[in-house]
Design a protein around this ligand. Structure first.
Ligand SMILES: [Zn+2]
Length: 426
């Protein structure tokens, strides 16, 4: 991490080389504070392998530029008092913008991953959901948010996330079925109109990156985030990097077969796949067919983008839960249990293929958390890792309100990995 690969070595002066090394070490300090903070300088030295004098110098620089903050000293029973350090939550922020099917959600996120302010704008206010109309609406909303709420914080950039098939490196939405978009150069339409640099990421990968730095992935270098909700997708993190593959097409798990039930047939793939058997939309359709939900209200299935779970799913879970002296609706319980077990079959395939250190679950599957043990049991049954895998299957730390945070994370990530370059100090 000391010298960037894209720098021809012969063109770097010794002074520049030292600066890049210093930046790599500063990043290691920031990562240690994010993973273990609040931590003392001595603990940072232990976690990073840097010398105590180096840690002292680097932390003092990082405090000066507003990335770290000090808490009140802790008096030990013997020796010198220790000053815990944390990532400064107030002075640096990134803008996060999520473009969903029904609405755009945006806000400011601090360097510690906390959402400072969040707003949303419904697409129903627009004459159409063309990329241009949605981009214009978002730009106007962001501008007034920044005017009112940015204050004297330093803004390090904007992260934009959207569902569907997204090639973030090329700045394009390859396909977004529910919005009817194909090959949209979204980044071109937003860059220059939102605080830069502007980066584009697919929603599930953005959620994985948020978990990587601030949630369930903080202490492991590899994991698979499995999103099962109105959409299904996986993000595979290897060596703390999200794998994309050619065309950024990795993680399309929606048509993994999970049941032989002849009543479940996907209109796209013709099989009993994850989408047709265990997606939120399939589940609530089964519940409606069983007479558990009554007539459809509002928009069935709710928000497709990511973590908006939809009213129907919440009503189904409420019907299944015991209330008062009642035991809950057995049919609703059966549907939720069956969905969890079917989802478990897809997770078992991912476990056997990748053997990640953790499986982090996200999406509507988390709304009925009492059925996650059914999912785990199915994985244990199907995977060759057996029961040992159970403890590695964990829910995402960030629940429903994760869209703004996860959108902003790719913009914050640069501050963590290349702090001096991101702040214009190199
Ligand atoms: Zn299918």
């Amino acid at each position: 991490m000391d010298v960037r690969n894209d720098q021809p070595q012969g063109l770097i002066t010794p002074g520049q080389r030292a600066e890049y090394m210093r930046q790599g070490n500063a990043s290691a300090v920031l990562r240690a504070v994010l993973a273990y903070g609040p931590v003392s300088r001595a603990e940072i030295a232990r976690h990073t392998g840097l010398s105590a004098p180096s840690v002292t110098k680097l932390t003092s620089t990082l405090i000066d530029v507003g990335l770290l903050g000090q808490l009140a000293p802790v008096e030990p029973t013997q020796g010198r008092p220790r000053v815990p350090l944390r990532v400064d939550p107030d002075r640096t922020a990134a803008l996060g913008l999520h473009i969903g099917v029904l609405r755009s959600t945006f806000g400011l996120v601090g360097l510690d991953g906390r959402v400072l302010v969040e707003r949303e704008l419904a697409h129903a206010e627009l004459a159409d959901t063309s990329p241009r109309a949605i981009a214009d609406q978002a730009v106007r909303g962001v501008q007034s948010l920044l005017d009112e709420r940015l204050g004297d914080r330093r803004l390090v950039g904007t992260g934009v996330s959207i569902g569907g098939w997204v090639d973030g490196a090329r700045g394009r939405v390859v396909e977004h079925g529910p919005l009817g978009w194909r090959d949209v150069p979204l980044l071109d339409q937003l860059a220059g109109r939102l605080p830069g640099p502007v980066v584009l990421e697919q929603t599930v990968r953005a959620i994985a990156r948020a978990e990587l730095w601030f949630g369930a992935g903080r202490e492991v270098d590899d994991f698979a985030l499995v999103f099962i909700g109105n959409v299904q997708g996986a993000a595979i993190v290897v060596d703390r990097t999200v794998h994309r593959g050619p065309g950024a097409a990795a993680g399309g798990i929606e048509h993994l077969p999970v049941t032989d039930d002849p009543e479940v047939r996907c209109p796209r793939c013709g099989a009993g796949c994850l989408s047709a058997a265990a997606g939120d939309i399939a589940l609530t359709a089964q519940a409606r067919a069983a007479g558990l939900l009554g007539p459809a209200e509002g928009t069935p299935g709710g928000e497709h983008g990511a973590a908006g779970y939809g009213l129907d799913l919440e009503r189904l879970v409420a019907a299944a839960r015991p209330a008062g002296s009642g035991t809950g609706d057995v049919r609703a319980q059966d549907l939720l249990r069956r969905r969890a077990r079917r989802a478990g079959r897809a997770v078992a395939t991912i476990v056997d293929l990748l053997n990640p250190s953790r499986i982090v679950l996200a999406g509507g599957i988390l709304v009925a958390e009492e059925y996650l043990d059914d999912l785990r049991a199915e994985v244990a049954l199907r995977s060759h890792r057996g029961a040992a895998v159970v403890e590695d299957i964990v829910p995402a730390v960030f629940g429903a309100r994760t869209l703004v945070r996860s959108s902003a994370v790719p913009a914050l990530e640069r501050v963590i990995t290349e702090p001096f370059a991101a702040l214009g100090m190199l």
